[in-house]
Design a binder for this molecule. Structure first.
Ligand SMILES: [Zn+2]
Length: 88
């Protein structure tokens, strides 16, 4: 067993690089987004098995208009989701 006495002396650059890193690798499977059409906040399901970066169309559960959904999983399990109105 190695002792890890130096751990606290490391620079904490990672903590500032983009939010906290979770120790566990649980990937988010649901997130809240704001509909670009009706402005409602809607929970959508995510599929981590679909890849680290995904793009697809999903209909708003409130107004039924199509979103262009972009999903990006960061290392550590954090997910970033953006939705935008499709061209027409
Ligand atoms: Zn909507």
């Amino acid at each position: 067993m190695k002792h890890r006495e130096n751990e606290e002396q490391q620079e904490s650059e990672d903590a500032d690089a983009g939010g906290r890193w979770q120790a566990d690798q649980v990937l988010e499977t649901e997130t809240d987004v704001t509909c670009p059409y009706c402005g409602e906040t809607v929970s959508i399901s995510l599929d981590p098995g679909g890849g680290m970066a995904q793009e697809y169309v999903e209909d708003c559960q409130v107004c039924c208009r199509p979103w262009q959904v972009h999903v990006y999983y960061a290392r550590g399990g954090a997910v970033e989701v953006t939705v935008e109105a499709s061209a027409e």
